[in-house]
Design a protein around this ligand. Structure first.
Ligand SMILES: Nc1ncnc2c1ncn2[C@@H]1O[C@H](COP(=O)(O)OP(=O)(O)OP(=O)(O)O)[C@@H](O)[C@H]1O
Length: 810
C-alpha cells in the first residue's frame, strides 16, 4: 500500500530533504533525485501472532532531495544562496534545519569543525555576502550580526561582550517584545557591526565558542537547544533617500525526537520536554497557518507559545523567504523519525509567506538633502542679485589655499555613505577660482586624463576623468597588491617550513599550556583592549577591528579547552599495546605526538586543509602576478601614448599624419581598456582568493589547536595508564616479559582489539598478569580477554615475521 503524500509541495516555504551518509543505509529508504521524492518502506506490524511481510510505503515530494554524497558547497548553493543574495536586495530570508538528533542539522547549518570543505551554510553565507558586497558599487552596505541560543525556552545572547562565560546562566537573557502591530523585537541582545568577512567569522567563532563552553556535560553529545544566527543587512543607495533593511536567519533547531522514545530522566528529560514543547509550538503555528490559508481554521496564529516561534514569527507566514532543510538518517532504526520529519516538511510547505522588499524612507537623508538644496538655492539667489564677493576682484592667498584643499578633497573617492560636495557659496570669485584649480589638476595629469572619448587615459565609472582619484586609486591598489604579495610570500614560506598544521598545532599546544599556566585570565581580550576596555559595546565590538578578536580568540580557545568536559576517560586514539610502548611514549612527547596524530582523524583534516591552502596560495600567487603584469602593461601603453603625443607636438604633420596618429592612439586606448578589464578581473579574483585563504587559515589554526588539545587530553590519559601500570618517569622494563620490545615499531601501532586488552590491564587481575603463554602473551584469568590478547599476539607475530621476511628478501 502506498500512502502518497503531496508529491509536489507548493507554497512559499521551500522544503529540501538532506539524507546524511551512513555506513549501513537501509534498503527501505529510496531517494529519487530526478523527481525529488523519497520513499520510506516500513514493515507492517505483526498482528494476530503471525509475521506479516507486507510493508507500508510512504512517499514524499520536496523542492529538492539531496543525497548522502552531496558536498557542502552544493547544499549551500541549492538551499541557501538565494536567501543570502535576497538580503542584499532587501528581502528577509530564513533557512532552518529540522530533523532528529544526529541527522546532520548542525553539520548542514554550521558545518564540520576541521575540514575546510565541510564548512556549513553559516560560514558560506558570510563569505558569499561580503564577496557580493565587494562587487557592488551602486550602493553602500552595512552588516550587523546577532547570535542567540534558545535553551529551555529562554533566549541567551551568545555574543555578549561583557561577561566571562563559563555557564549558560552567565549570558544575558534575551527578552522579546511585541508591539501593537505584532512586530517582535529583541531586548538585551548585543548587535555587532561586521565590516568584513573576517570580523563576521570572528563573531561566529566567538558565539560557537560560548555555545561550546556553556554546553552542560549532559547535552554535549547532541545539541539540546535552538540556535539562530542573524545577519541584518542595510543598503543605502547613493543619491537616494531610501534605505533597505533585511535580515537572514540561519537556524539550527534542536533534535526532533520524542521524549518517550529517548528514555530520559532528570535534567535531560526537562530539556527534551522544552524542546518538544517548542517544536510542538512550531507545529501548532504551522497547522494554524495551513488552516488559515485554506480558510477553514482560526485566524489566530499561536506564535506566543514559545520563544522560538516568537523569534521566527516573520519567517513563518510573514514577510520572509523561508527555506526548510529536513535532515534524515537512512538507518533502518530511524525510519519512523525520517517519516515524521518528512510529514512535518509537507505541512511547512503549505505555509505561504509574503516576502516584500523592506524599503523605507530615511528622514535623516531627506533632511540632509533638503538642507543642501536650500543652501544652493539661496546661493543662486545671491548670485542672480549680484549680491556677492562685496565688490572684490580677487580671493586672498589664504582663501585660495583653503579652496585648493577643498577641491582636492572633492576629487578624492568618497567614503562610504558620503556624496562628495564642494561648497563654494554664492561667490563667483570662488567658482571661477575653483574652475582654474580643476584645470591645473587636469593639466598636471600630463594631458593623459582629459575626458571621456578623448584620446587616452582612464575614465571613472561616470565617464568623467578624475586624475587625483586615479592617482590615489593606483597608489592604493599598488599598496594592496604589495601587501598581498608580502602576505602570500610569508604564508608560502610558512607552508614550506611546514609551520601550519601539526607544527602549528605544537605551537598552539605551547600557547595553550602557557595560557593555562598563566591562569587563563592573562590573555583576556577584554582587558587588553586598550582605552575602550572591551566593555563598551559601541566602542569596542568583538572583532578584529577593535584589536579585540585575536586576543578574544586565543582566550576563547583556552577557555573552551579548559572547560571541555572530561567525562570520557576512553582514549579516542588507541594506546600502544604494551606497557613498554606506553612508557616509551610517556617519556618522549614528540614521539607520543607522532603516534597520536598518525591515528587521529583531525590530523587528516589538517593535512587536507594544508593541501587546499597550498593550492589556494598557488592560485593567489598566479593572480597576483597577473595583476602586476596588467598594471605594467597599462603603464607601458600609457607611456606609448604620451610619447606619441610629444612627437606629434614636436613635428607638424599634415592632415593624413594626424589621422594616422589618431588611429594609432585609438588602438592603444582600446588595448588599455582591455588590459584594465583583465586587471580588474584578476584583482577581484585575487581579493576572493585572499578571503578564502584567510578563512582557511583560521580553520586550519583552529583544527591545529583542537588537535593539540585532543593530544593534551590523550597524553594525560596515557600518563595515567602508565602510572596504573606501575610506571614512573623513566621508561620501565616491560612487565609482561620479553615478548615486547619497547622500541619495536609494532609497539607503536594500535592493537587490533584494544579494549579487552585495556580492560585486562586495568582490572586488578590485569595488573597481576601471569607468565606469558606459548605465544608470549600474558594471561589474565578472564577467558574472553585472554582470547583477545592471544589473538593480538598471534597477529603481531605474523606481522613481525612478514617484516623479517621482507627485510631478508630486500
Ligand atoms: N552530510 C554529512 N556528511 C558527513 N558527516 C555528517 C553529515 N551529516 C552529519 N554528519 C556527522 O554526523 C554527526 C551528527 O551530525 P550533527 O551534529 O550535525 O547532527 P544534528 O542533527 O545536529 O544532531 P543534534 O540534534 O544532536 O544536534 C556529526 O559528527 C556530523 O559530522
Amino acid at each position: 500500500m502506498t500512502d502518497q503524500e503531496d508529491a509536489a509541495p507548493s507554497g512559499n516555504v521551500e522544503i529540501y530533504l538532506r539524507v546524511r551518509p551512513d555506513p549501513r543505509p537501509s534498503p527501505l529508504v529510496t531517494l529519487n533525485q530526478n523527481d525529488n521524492t523519497v520513499m520510506w518502506e516500513v514493515p507492517k506490524l505483526e498482528t494476530g501472532g503471525y509475521v506479516n511481510n507486507q510493508r507500508e510505503k510512504y512517499q514524499f515530494g520536496f523542492n529538492g532531495v539531496i543525497g548522502p554524497e552531496a558536498k557542502q558547497d552544493e547544499v549551500f548553493e541549492r538551499v541557501a544562496s538565494r536567501s543570502v543574495l535576497g538580503a542584499l536586495e532587501g528581502f528577509n530570508g530564513t533557512v532552518f534545519a529540522y530533523g532528529q538528533t544526529g541527522s546532520g542539522k548542525t553539520f548542514t547549518i554550521s558545518g564540520g569543525h576541521d575540514r575546510y570543505v565541510d564548512r556549513g551554510i553559516i560560514p558560506r553565507a558570510i563569505s558569499r555576502l561580503y564577496s557580493e558586497i565587494s562587487k557592488r558599487h551602486d550602493a553602500t552596505y552595512s552588516v550587523q550580526i546577532t547570535y542567540v541560543e534558545i535553551y529551555n525556552d529562554q533566549g541567551y545572547d551568545l555574543l555578549d561582550p561583557d561577561h566571562e562565560t563559563t555557564a549558560l546562566e552567565d549570558l544575558p537573557k534575551v527578552q522579546l517584545l511585541e508591539d501593537d502591530e505584532g512586530n517582535v523585537t529583541m531586548r538585551n541582545v548585543s548587535t555587532h557591526r561586521a565590516d568584513n568577512e573576517e570580523e563576521a567569522l570572528n563573531l561566529l567563532f566567538l558565539g560557537d565558542t560560548n555555545k561550546a563552553i556553556t554546553e552542560t556535560p549532559m547535552n554535549q553529545a547532541s545539541s539540546r537547544s535552538h540556535c539562530i544566527f542573524t545577519m541584518q543587512v542595510e543598503r543605502r543607495q547613493q543619491g537616494s533617500d531610501t534605505v533597505r533593511r533585511a535580515k537572514v536567519n540561519l537556524v539550527d533547531l534542536a533534535g526532533s525526537e520524542r521524549v518517550h522514545k529517548m528514555g530520559l530522566d532528570g535534567q535531560t528529560l526537562m530539556e527534551a520536554k522544552h524542546i518538544n514543547l517548542s517544536l510542538h509550538a512550531l507545529e501548532q503555528v504551522v497547522v494554524a497557518l495551513q488552516e488559515k490559508a485554506q480558510g477553514t481554521g482560526r485566524s489566530h496564529i499561536p506564535y506566543r507559545n514559545s520563544t522560538m516561534t516568537m523569534m521566527l514569527k516573520d519567517s513563518l507566514g510573514g514577510n520572509c523567504r523561508t527555506v526548510m532543510i529536513a535532515t534524515a538518517s537512512p538507518r533502518g532504526d530511524h525510519l519512523l523519525e525520517g517519516i515524521s520529519t518528512c510529514r512535518f516538511a509537507q505541512r511547512i510547505a503549505m505555509v505561504t509567506n509574503e516576502a516584500v522588499v523592506n524599503e523605507e524612507v530615511d528622514p535623516a537623508l531627506i533632511i540632509k538633502r533638503l538642507r543642501i538644496e536650500n543652501r544652493e538655492l539661496r546661493d543662486e539667489l545671491r548670485i542672480l542679485r549680484g549680491d556677492n564677493d562685496d565688490g572684490r576682484e580677487e580671493l586672498t592667498e589664504s582663501e585660495m589655499e583653503r579652496l585648493r584643499a577643498q577641491v582636492a578633497d572633492y576629487c578624492k573617492p568618497p567614503a562610504a555613505n558620503e556624496e562628495p560636495t564642494l561648497e563654494l557659496g554664492a561667490s563667483m570669485l570662488k567658482i571661477k577660482a575653483a574652475l582654474r584649480i580643476f584645470r591645473e589638476i587636469v593639466l598636471q595629469g600630463g594631458g593623459v586624463v582629459v575626458g571621456k572619448g578623448a584620446a587616452a587615459g582612464e575614465a571613472g565609472e561616470d565617464g568623467a576623468w578624475h586624475p587625483e582619484e586615479l592617482r590615489s586609486e593606483i597608489k592604493r591598489l599598488s599598496l594592496v597588491v604589495k601587501q598581498r604579495d608580502d602576505e602570500i610570500d610569508v604564508l608560502v614560506s610558512m607552508l614550506r617550513k611546514g609551520e601550519s598544521g601539526e607544527k602549528g598545532a605544537i605551537k598552539a599546544t605551547e600557547m595553550l599550556r602557557e595560557s593555562r599556566s598563566r591562569g587563563l585570565d592573562d590573555g583576556d581580550g577584554d582587558r587588553d583592549d586598550g582605552p575602550a576596555g572591551g566593555r563598551d559595546r559601541a566602542k569596542a565590538p568583538v572583532s578584529s577591528r577593535g584589536l579585540r578578536a585575536p586576543a578574544a580568540e586565543n582566550d576563547a580557545f583556552a577557555r573552551v579547552f579548559a572547560n571541555e568536559p572530561r567525562a570520557s576517560r576512553e582514549p579516542d586514539v588507541p594506546f600502544p599495546a604494551s606497557p613498554g610502548g606506553i612508557a616509551a611514549l610517556v617519556a618522549d612527547r614528540t614521539r607520543a605526538f607522532d603516534h597520536f596524530r598518525a591515528l587521529n582523524d583531525r590530523h587528516a583534516a589538517v593535512e587536507e586543509n594544508k593541501v587546499v591552502l597550498k593550492n589556494k596560495f598557488d592560485d593567489a600567487k598566479a593572480l597576483g602576478e597577473c595583476v602586476t603584469r596588467s598594471k605594467g602593461e597599462i603603464n607601458r601603453l600609457k607611456g606609448l601614448i604620451e610619447e606619441m603625443r610629444q612627437t606629434r607636438a614636436a613635428t607638424r604633420g599634415g592632415a593624413r599624419d594626424k589621422r594616422d596618429a589618431d588611429d594609432d592612439e585609438k588602438r592603444l586606448v582600446v588595448a588599455i581598456d582591455a588590459e584594465r578589464a583583465a586587471h580588474r578581473r584578476a584583482f577581484d579574483e585575487l581579493r576572493d582568493a585572499k578571503r578564502e585563504i584567510d578563512s582557511l587559515q583560521k580553520m586550519t589554526t583552529q583544527a591545529g589547536a583542537r588537535l593539540a588539545n585532543d593530544f593534551e587530553r590523550w597524553f594525560e590519559l596515557l600518563a595515567e595508564r602508565h602510572r596504573e601500570l606501575g610506571g614512573d618517569d623513566s621508561p620501565p622494563a616491560s612487565p609482561i616479559g620479553k615478548a615486547i620490545e619497547p622500541e619495536s615499531a609494532a609497539d607503536l601501532s594500535p592493537a587490533p582489539t584494544m579494549s579487552p586488552l585495556r580492560d585486562a590491564t586495568n582490572s586488578p587481575k590485569g595488573r597481576n598478569v601471569s607468565a606469558p603463554s606459548q605465544t608470549g602473551a600474558p594471561t589474565t584469568g578472564n577467558a574472553r580477554a585472554d582470547a583477545d590478547i592471544k589473538a593480538f599476539y598471534e597477529a603481531r607475530e605474523r606481522l613481525l615475521r612478514m617484516r623479517r621476511e621482507s627485510e631478508l628478501l630486500a
